[in-house]
Each structure stands twice: as structure tokens, then as C-alpha cells.
Design a binder for this molecule. Sequence first.
Ligand code: BES
Ligand code: MN
Ligand code: ZN
Length: 515
Amino acid sequence: MSKNDSFDRVRGPELHLSSTIDADDTVLVLGLIGPESADGPSPSDAPAEPTLVTVDGILDDAAAEQISASLKVLGATGKHGEVHRFPAPASVPVDLIVTIGLGAPADVDDADKVRQAAGIVARSLDGLDSVATTLSDANLDAAAEGFFLGAYRFEEFRSDKSRAKKAPPSSVTLLVEERTREAKAELSHAAAVADCVALARDFVNTPPSHLYPEEFADRARVLAGAAGLKVEILDDAELARSGYGGIIGVGKGSSRLPRLVRLTHNAGKDAKTVALVGKGITFDTGGISLKPPAGMENMTSDMGGAAAVIASTILAARLGLDVNVIATVPMAENMPSDTAQRPGDVLTQYGGITVEVINTDAEGRLILADAIVRAGEDNPDYLIDTATLTGAQMVALGTRTPGVMGTDEFRDRVARLSAGTGENAWPMPLPTELRAELNSRVADLVNAGAQRWGGMLLAGVFLKEFVPEGVQWAHIDIAGPAFNTGGAWGYNPKGGTGVPVRTILAVLEDIAANG
Ligand code: BES
Ligand code: MN
Ligand code: ZN
């Protein structure tokens, strides 16, 4: 069992639904919609004042007028992300009013704009315990997710617990005119989604000293078991015996030996089956093809794909999705040592394809290849793999945009659904001419090409060799998007982001609904 039980902590504020401000609430967060943008109506009009987003019965006329007067003095515009704070009028039972700009009226129809706004304001409320908000009137589930994810913190490893005084709110009341059944269902869905995104973040944020393959597998076992998933874990001996040459080859340089975690959510034989595969390198030094020191610490995030797959599978169970989900998650630590694999070694992947290891730092594709072949044995209708696979993903698309490759139709479907979540995975090709780059002098394939162009695509072309014929496949490279090395933005703090949990969920829900 795990040596550290902190992984079952509360990961964000409690979310409540109410038609009145709670007696405990000390802050009211109001949305503010700006005027039409410059290309909107007549420029001769005086600049319109921003409009308050409110819920019937929360503000009387006098309070609304006082708030508008304060906003005028402050020069509030309603520009997206703009935050103002001032004392509450006497008739409103809170101490403080905080406003958050939602942008132009059309921006309110964009769920991720509302989610980002909620995240931005949540990050500005440290030290304030209990807040109520009318952002729910713009979009209930986006507001709930944004608040929860913006208020997410990872303080596990700080010795000074007094920092907790500056903690984000522990309770958010989402105001609605009526607590309808639909609203309750929407909020509980949002709470489950946000909690699982936060779970993926927790995994990514846990340092490699504390999260290594055995421990990662143990935590997955406990959490997935509690969610009602079937769990199977192969240890290093079983992996070696069964011929998982990629996982063994990558993992054998470390004293902390590899694992393969399998989680199953069963929806019955009439439902479609989706295989999920996630890269679980708990730390990537590069191995014998050692990485340079600058930024190597960020390779704590090299299990971001595994984290997202485990969290998404737990989420599928929590939501009772009408789709079978089978997760296959390889976990290994890529270290240089006298037992490590060498450049020039040849290994045999699960299923029999041989690979000449040109570069031990191209390790992700080796563990994924084994897992993809194993996942194919379950005869899935769809296969989604996700991985912090290539630096080239960031060269091509930057730090916030995942690249999605695969079979054309499913790739485009995943990209379209991802756009709806705000995670914004972008479709990329798998050019057939790149296949020649993978020819080896001695084996079936090499794991890395001789030149650097199109590195993200070449990794995808390598994985394609292992995807069974007839399976609709999407490969999501999240090298940049899984881990925020810059400042906090929107609902994303520094560190783990939880991408692409919400994309995977959107795809699972779409398959459950439409096949
Ligand atoms: N984990 C890295 C990719 C990565 C880089 C993720 C930066 C996040 C941030 C992966 O294992 C790797 O080292 N890829 C190599 C492949 C190359 C040797 C063919 C790369 O991208 O340089
Ligand atoms: Mn690597
Ligand atoms: Zn890696």
C-alpha cells in the first residue's frame, strides 16, 4: 500500500448551488459584460457602461445602483479578465464585491471564456474563505469548473503550514434563480470533471522523489478501486515474462522498476469500447542519451499522459458513462546506469516488432508501443493515446496547443471536440514519406530519425506501426500543454494543468451519445 495517503485530500473548494447568498459568504463575485467591440455598433455612441451579470433576488435596485456607481468611479470596462473589488452596499449580506470582466456580449456564449474568467477571479481571492457568485448565470458548469480549477493549489511539500492562511476560498456558492434538477445535475457533473482534472494535476505535481512507477501504480490502484474500476497491475517480472520489451528496456536503468496499469470501466456489451493509453515516465533524464541540465526538472511532468488517462477513466466511472473504457498505462523511470539500455541496443516490443534504440531519450514511443499493442488485444472501436512525447510539439504549436494525429476522421473529431473544451488540440498530419526515416540497419524500426524536422509527426508515424488495422486512432502530444512552466493564466496555475482530461471526456461522452 502507498506510503503516502495525502493523495485523497480535498483538491479544491466545495461547490454549492443556492438561490440566496449563504450566511457564511463574505464575498460576492459578479460578472461584468463589456460593450460590443470596436467592429460593433455605431462608434458615435458614448462608450456604453458594462452590464452586471446578476441573478433575480440577489441585488435590490439600490444595491445595483451603488455597485454601478462604484464601477464607474473605478473605470470598469468589462474587458475579459479585468478584476475590481470594493466594499459591498449595506443591503448585500457580504463584506466585499468583486467583479470579473467577461468581455464582449458574444464572449459569454464561449464556455471557455467564462471558465477562464472564473479561474482568473478565483486566483485573486486568496485569504477569503467563502464566496458567492452570479457567474453561474452566464454558464453554470463553466463557472463551477473555472472556480474550482483556478482555486487549485498544490502545497503538499511546504513545511510552513501557515501559508494556509493565504489559501484560496474553501467554498463557492453558485447562485441560481431556482435549484432545479437540471442545475443540480450540471453542478455535480462539473464538480466531478474539475476534481478529476485536479487529480491529474496532483499526479503531475508530485515530484519524482515521491512518485515512481510502483508508487504511481499503487495510487492508481487505490483511487480506481474506490471508483469501482477493475484494476490489474503487471510488475517488472510479469512484464519481462510477457515480452514487454519496450517498457523493460526503458525502465531497466532505474532501481525503481516499471509497471503496467490496466483499468476497466465496464458499460456492457452493447456499448462501444475505447482504449486509452498514456505515457507514464515518472522522470525522464534521457537515459544514456542524457538530457542537458537546464530545465531537466520539468521532466517530472513526463507522466502527464498517464495522469490524464487514469483521471479520465476514473471520471468515466464516476459519471457512469455508457461506453467501455480500458486504460493501459505503462510506467517507467528513464535513468542512465550500468543496467540502462544503450544507443544501438535492439529490443523486441510486445507483439514482436523489433526496434533499434538510436536515442534512449526517445523512450516514450517505446513504452507506448507495447501498451498500444496490448490495448489492441481488447478489440477496441477507438484508441486514444496521449503523451508528453516530443519537444517538437512545442516548436510546432507552442506551449498551450496539443497536437493530434491519427486516422483522419477520428483525429478531426477529437480536434473538434477538444476545441469545445478550451483545450484546443489541433490536427496534424502523418506524412507517409516520413516512414522511410524509421528504417533500421539491423531491426524492423529505429526509435529516432537522423534529422530533426517534423519530430512530432515522426513520433506519430512510429506509433502508427503498432496500431491495429481498422481501429479509429488519435494520438495527442501534450509535451507543452500538460505542464505550465510560465506564470498562472486563466484557470491554470503553474505546474500540472490536467490537459487533456476534458478533451478525453468530451470524446467519451460523444461516443456514448453517437457511437
Ligand atoms: N519527454 C520528452 C519530450 C518533452 C520535451 C516533453 C520537453 C516535455 C517537454 C521525450 O521523451 C523526449 O525526450 N523526446 C525527444 C525525442 C528525440 C530524442 C527524438 C525530443 O523531443 O527531443
Ligand atoms: Mn525522452
Ligand atoms: Zn520523455
